[in-house]
Every structure is written in structure tokens, then in C-alpha cells.
Design a protein around this ligand. Structure first.
Ligand code: ARG
Length: 464
């Protein structure tokens, strides 16, 4: 086995326990494709500026491609002595090419190398998550269409509040996931400057061309300060925050649908294929996927927390602590990607139980606020109108009638002279929904507009 790349300075073999403690190959092997991609761009730049010959470059590129194929085919040997993915790839290249392989690390350090690899990995991850968000949004828009005619009780404090159209409800989540996707785009733009060329922390005396590498790797520019590069993991934290926000949105939604699929709510039917049963209670059908989406949010928050605590108090520039960034990054991406995929499956399979929902729409005085606004529109001050309708609701409860419309005309007239027979036009959930008009409200024409706009934005070709 080849000695360490730092062997020249050292008189002793590394203690096995130290090798075990410091290794990262067990998890950073996931970066191999990005490591090789970056090394090829680096080698091509070295040839471009004359630090290696074109023939040497060709040998290196071929060697790296062969190593990639070996790793992909699971024929590559990973060993503890070679510590991390960067040393594995380089050592394998040297095994093949000898001195030519020993030139690859010219004007480069593992510090700018690892920053570059992780950035490339995270950038790919952001693109994957963006595509998953779009898939989920499409499933939600589709659900909005399928339930166009359904009216839902809208809640605040989990108490019945005002009626809303089901598409309005589904599109609320489409908006949240749109902000999530914007955040990814924003993060990607800030991330997209090349670390490589910063070398260890101070740059290099050699005549490298960083723009050449940036172009080859799809970066928009080169990072301006080598010390910053060596220590910067902002892009990782920002990305994992973006993922946490997605997980938070998914978690709230999952909680809501766990409730909705209970006997008590009976709002939602989930197909058997996405539920699980009980090993003891034969009648059970449980929404485990939703519960696990809610539960896995804890892991993502944990990953963000790990990263925040990890970089807190690190002096410039690279510190080995930064090696600990990878597992939380990988885990956050894996977790959120899987949750998004399954969320889309659940949304596509779920059906609102329109009949059960409709049966109970008259409970909870969902039209009370509309009736109040009916008075306001006739010039009654809001505070007074609120009080009048509050009294009517209380009267309903005393008299045991479920709906405001069940009160005799007399009670309305006594409550306020403006509450004539016209009240019938705004009472009842269906009338209440139709009465909405403000921009962004649940008014039927507003909801139609939202739905049409999202359908256009989410057309398979638009990719917005
Ligand atoms: N495995 C290391 C990491 O992930 C690579 C960089 C090591 N750099 C060093 N100077 N020891 O951070």
C-alpha cells in the first residue's frame, strides 16, 4: 500500500486508531463522480496553461474515467489507509500512471477540492429537489381539479372558521412549494462560484486559469477570496435550511391529512396501496406514510442543527471539523427527496370524501363572518356588526339550531334593522362562498384564475 501523501515529513506510520477516527471514505465515497468531474476539469486547465502536457492530460483524463467506471461497477477497492475519496481517486491514478498521476494535484489542495466536490454534489441535489417539488405541485394542481366542486370548512386554531373551495385549499400548498423552489434557485445562484484554485487557503504561485475550470464545471464565476473558499460552507447550510423549510411544509400537511383520515374527521380516503395495517387489530388501516413524512422532518431539522453548531466558532481557514458536514448534508437531501416523492404519491392517490364533508358543512356557523360583512356593506361599523352576529350565534346555540338560517325572521329583525329578508342571500355555506370577492380569496372566479395560472406555469415544458 502506498504511503501517505504527506509521508515526506513523517517518520512514523499512522496509528490504526487514528486512521479509523479520521477517515471519511465510508461516507464521502458518494462524492466520487463529482471528485472525478472536478479533477478532469482541473487537469484540462493544467494542460491549457502548460503546467502539464496535452499527452499527460489525456492519460490523466483516461485514467480518471477508468477509475469512475470501476467505482460504478463496484470493482474498486476502498481502504482505510487512503482516508477519503480524494486520496482514493488520486492514489488509484498514481497506481496506474506513476509520475504522470503525481502531477494531478498541482496547484490544488484537498481543501479547495472538497469544497468544489461538495458544491457540485449539492448543486445536483438542489436540481433534483426542484424537480421533485414541481412533481408534487403538479399532483396538487391535479387534486385541485379533481375536487373543483367540493367546499371545505376552513380552519383557524383547528376550529371551523369560514368555508373555502377545495381547489383554494390545494393551491395554498402549491404556493408554499413555489416559495420553496424559489429558495432553491436563489441558493443555487449564490452557490455557483468555483472554489477550486484557492488551493490550501492562500491560492498558488503557479499560473492557473480558474475561469477555464469554472466554465468546464458550469460555475458562473470564481470565488473571490481563497481564505473564504477554504472555510466556506454557507452554501451547505443554506441548502439544508431550504430543505428544512420544505420538510416543515410537508410535515404540517402530513399532520393535517393524518387528522383528515381519522374516523372523527372522515374528510379523506386513502387507497390501500399507500396505507399499512396492524399486526393485532384486524380492522386498522393506518396512514404511516404521512406519519413518517412528519417524523422524518426531525432528521432534517437535526441536520441543519448539526451544521449550525459545526461551523460555529471555526477560525479561518479550513478546519478538519468541516469533514463532519457531509453526513448531515447527504441525509437531509436523501430524506427530503424521498418525502417529496411519497408526498406526490399520496396526493395523487387521495380522494376527498365529498359526501361526508358536505353532511357536516352546516356545523360551525361558517357563514357568520359573511353575514357580518353583509351588515358592514350597509354601513354598519365593523365592531357593531361583529357584536350583532355574535349575539345571533349565541341565540342559535341557546335555541339549539345548527344554522343561522334556521332562526325565525323575527330574531334577525330584532337583532338589527338591516337584517331583513335579504340575509337569506348570504346565509348557507354555498352562498357564503359565492359572496367572496377580494383578490386571492376563495371566491370562485378568483380560484379559477389561480388554477388556470398554475396550470400554465406547471406545464411540463415550462419548468418554472
Ligand atoms: N476529507 C476531508 C474533508 O472532508 C478533505 C479535506 C482534508 N483536508 C485536510 N487538510 N486534511 O474535509
Amino acid at each position: 500500500m502506498a504511503s501517505k501523501p504527506w509521508g515526506g515529513r513523517f517518520g512514523e506510520k499512522t496509528d490504526r486508531r487514528v486512521e479509523q477516527f479520521t477517515e471519511s471514505i465510508s461516507f464521502d465515497r458518494r462524492l466520487f463522480e463529482h471528485d472525478i468531474r472536478a479533477s478532469i476539469a482541473h487537469a484540462e486547465m493544467l494542460a491549457h496553461v502548460g503546467l502539464i502536457t496535452h499527452d499527460e492530460c489525456q492519460q490523466i483524463v483516461r485514467g480518471l474515467s477508468d477509475i469512475r467506471a470501476e467505482i460504478e461497477a463496484d470493482q474498486f477497492e476502498f481502504v482505510l489507509e487512503r482516508e477519503d475519496v480524494h486520496m482514493h481517486v488520486e492514489a488509484a491514478l498514481i497506481d496506474r500512471l506513476g509520475d504522470v498521476g503525481r502531477k494531478l494535484h498541482t496547484a490544488r489542495s484537498r481543501n479547495d477540492q472538497v469544497a468544489t466536490d461538495v458544491k457540485l454534489w449539492v448543486r445536483d441535489g438542489l436540481d433534483r429537489i426542484g424537480a421533485r417539488l414541481t412533481d408534487l405541485q403538479r399532483a396538487l394542481v391535479d387534486a385541485a381539479e379533481r375536487h373543483r366542486e367540493v367546499i371545505l370548512p376552513g380552519y383557524t386554531h383547528l376550529q371551523r372558521a369560514q368555508p373555502v373551495l377545495a381547489p383554494h385549499y390545494f393551491l395554498a400548498y402549491v404556493e408554499k412549494f413555489a416559495r420553496d423552489r424559489d429558495r432553491l434557485t436563489d441558493t443555487r445562484r449564490r452557490l455557483n462560484v468555483l472554489p477550486l484554485g484557492a488551493a490550501a487557503l492562500a491560492g498558488t504561485t503557479l499560473p492557473i486559469d480558474r475561469d477555464h475550470v469554472a466554465k468546464a464545471l458550469g460555475f458562473e464565476g470564481v470565488a473571490a477570496n481563497s481564505m473564504d473558499v477554504s472555510s466556506d460552507r454557507d452554501f451547505a447550510l443554506e441548502s439544508v435550511f431550504d430543505l428544512t423549510m420544505i420538510a416543515e411544509h410537508l410535515s404540517g400537511w402530513a399532520e393535517e391529512w393524518v387528522l383528515w383520515s381519522t374516523q372523527e374527521f372522515s374528510f379523506l380516503a386513502l387507497p390501500d396501496a399507500i396505507c399499512t395495517g396492524s399486526s393485532i387489530m384486524p380492522q386498522k388501516k393506518n396512514p404511516d406514510v404521512l406519519e413518517l413524512i412528519r417524523g422524518r422532518t426531525a432528521r432534517v431539522i437535526g441536520a441543519l442543527n448539526t451544521l449550525l453548531v459545526l461551523i460555529k466558532g471555526l477560525p479561518l481557514a479550513y478546519n478538519r471539523d468541516l469533514q463532519e458536514d457531509k453526513e448531515p448534508i447527504f441525509d437531509a437531501f436523501d430524506t427530503v427527496e424521498a418525502c417529496l416523492e411519497l408526498a406526490a404519491v399520496v396526493v395523487a392517490g387521495a380522494t376527498l370524501r365529498a359526501d361526508r364533508i358536505a353532511e357536516r358543512l352546516d356545523e360551525g356557523f361558517l357563514d357568520a363572518t359573511t353575514l357580518m360583512e353583509y351588515l358592514i356593506s350597509q354601513g354598519v361599523p365593523q365592531r357593531s356588526a361583529h357584536e350583532v352576529i355574535g349575539h345571533l350565534v349565541s341565540l342559535c346555540e341557546q335555541k339549539g339550531c345548527r344554522r343561522l338560517v334556521d332562526l325565525p325572521d323575527d330574531d334577525f329583525a330584532k337583532a338589527h334593522p338591516n337584517l331583513g329578508p335579504g340575509v337569506k342571500s348570504v346565509l348557507g355555506v354555498a352562498n357564503a362562498v359565492k359572496a367572496f370577492r377580494s383578490h386571492g380569496s376563495t371566491a370562485p372566479d378568483q380560484v379559477e384564475k389561480q388554477l388556470a395560472a398554475w396550470k400554465t406555469r406547471l406545464l411540463p415544458s415550462s419548468g418554472s
